[in-house]
Design a protein around this ligand. Structure first.
Ligand code: SF4
Length: 479
């Protein structure tokens, strides 16, 4: 029997939250599809289920997409067949819609001798409502993805003219959405929602304009960073240059703070603040807020690495890599029998006995979502003879689900929503457990007035875009 993704995911000891998607777009490049391919490579961490590229040529849009990682989906023959000077690309991890190739992006729609492709990162909280409204008036949906709603709205609004259709369609969407859109005339469009939940930046390489979820993708294709799109901004890129349209936005931005903690690649930069350096600052702050005596500090690999470096720097406790990850473990492998179950943990990760036995250690994690992996790894450390295990988390406890495109969308999944910190410490078999305070997290971003910049709903329950009366009531109570 083939293991289901869930079974194998638990087995390989990875219950980290998943990002929804990564976006890339190129305008005016002789090999636009190949440029997208490299851009998507840099964004692979944002989605590993499917990858796709759409390219505009001679008034039409050609596309190729498939399940798997970027290098599994594309080869040189496929890329050679995607001719055109404008293209968009997408890597996906599904948070709405099933993980099937029909739901891979970019999505392409053909309408009155024109074609449009869209790739989306985020989650539309009113997609159900809009879809029902569109279906009632005759729309037929080809996928189960919320992103398709945008295409339907857009083509219905085209009688208003191209720009007005974009504005009118975006105005109907609620939730988190960064998008890249390609037209069969070769125009490239970037859209960011009014709250600015998900990242999207503009870059330039000679005469080529580039849009990308993260600056690390610009670096890979050697494009110069121009700027991040503003919340509520639409940029239309064509042979006349870049036209920017600003739509109505709330006063407070809601950039997902979890991009800084976990999702984004450490070599990316948001608001002029590098992710690697910000994670180190989280670790320094953690050491100030929760000092503890120990022989060494180590990440619970790999995502806590930079905060562990910061903790070590601030506390003077040596940093060590106490667990070695096997980087060659695939996404799925054979499910072990019960008697072999412990092998599973070590397939991916092996602690270094000679380093850890008899020691007091501090382990740094960036988040505890379901808690299964942490529990298993702590048990493995105990079995090895580690004396004391202190866990420090470089973000506050996840007590509320995310409705903006990250894959913990129900409260029941979140172990910190069901237990107090003390109950969780005991459940995980730890000597001590501490989460970075929300104030500490915000302060250590180094951004001025950080409370006006970020969504932090999964920590404090204050949702910038409301979707449920009970949740909004909770937020009011918290205030
Ligand atoms: S709820 Fe949390 S994970 Fe979701 S967008 Fe807000 S900060 Fe990010």
């Amino acid at each position: 029997m083939k293991p289901s993704p869930t079974m194998s995911r638990e087995f390989i000891g990875d219950d980290k939250p998943r990002e929804a998607c990564g976006l890339f777009g190129a305008f005016n490049h002789p090999d636009a599809a190949k440029m997208c391919y490299f851009g998507l490579y840099a964004l692979q961490h944002r989605g590993q289920e499917s990858a796709g590229i759409a390219v505009a040529e001679s008034g039409a849009i050609d596309e190729y997409k498939g399940m798997g990682l970027v290098p599994d989906v594309f080869d040189m023959d496929i890329l050679d067949g995607l001719n055109g000077s404008s293209a968009i690309g997408h890597v996906r991890y599904s948070t709405t819609g099933s993980s099937v190739v029909a739901n891979a992006q970019p999505l392409v729609a053909r309408h009155r001798q024109r074609a449009y492709a869209v790739a989306h990162n985020g989650n539309l909280v009113n997609a159900h409502h809009l879809k029902a409204e569109l279906e009632d008036s005759g729309s037929i949906f080809q996928t189960t993805m919320d992103s398709e709603v945008f295409l339907h709205l857009f083509v219905r609004n085209l009688n208003l003219g191209f720009e007005e259709a974009l504005k009118a369609s975006v105005a109907r969407l609620k939730g988190a959405f960064s998008m890249v859109v390609l037209t069969s005339r070769g125009e490239l469009i970037g859209i960011k929602d009014p709250h600015g939940f998900r990242p999207l930046c503009l870059g330039k390489l000679n005469g080529t304009w580039v849009l990308a979820s993260e600056t690390c993708a610009l670096d890979l294709v050697q494009a110069e960073f121009v700027r991040e799109l503003d919340p509520g901004e639409i940029v239309i890129i064509n042979s006349e240059g870049v036209k920017s349209i600003h739509t109505k936005t709330p006063k407070i931005r809601s950039f997902c703070i979890f991009e800084f903690i976990y999702f984004a690649r450490p070599d990316s930069t948001f608001f002029g603040h590098n992710v690697y350096l910000t994670r180190k600052a989280h670790g320094r702050r953690l050491a100030e807020e929760s000092p503890v005596e120990a022989d060494l500090v180590m990440p619970f690999p790999d995502s806590g690495t930079y905060s562990a470096l910061g903790y070590s720097e601030a506390s003077g406790i040596p940093f060590e890599t106490g667990m070695i990850r096997n980087h060659y473990v695939g996404r799925t492998f054979i499910q072990p029998t019960q008697s072999m179950r412990d092998f599973g943990v070590r397939v991916k990760l092996n602690p270094i006995k000679e380093l850890l036995k008899g020691k007091d250690i501090i382990i740094i994690e960036d988040s505890i979502i379901r808690g299964t992996t942490v529990k298993t790894r702590v048990k493995a450390l105990r079995e090895l003879g580690v004396k004391r295990v202190h866990l420090r988390v470089s973000g506050p406890a996840h007590r509320f689900p995310c409705h903006y495109g990250i894959d913990f969308s129900t409260k029941g999944e979140l172990i910190a929503a069901r237990m107090t910190v003390e109950e969780l410490r005991s459940h995980l078999g730890l000597d001590s457990l501490y989460y970075l305070s929300l104030e500490g997290l915000l302060a250590s971003t180094g951004i001025e007035n950080p409370e006006n910049h970020f969504c932090k709903a999964c920590f404090d329950g204050c949702y910038p875009v409301q979707f449920d009366e009970n949740l909004s009531k909770h937020c009011m109570e918290m205030k």
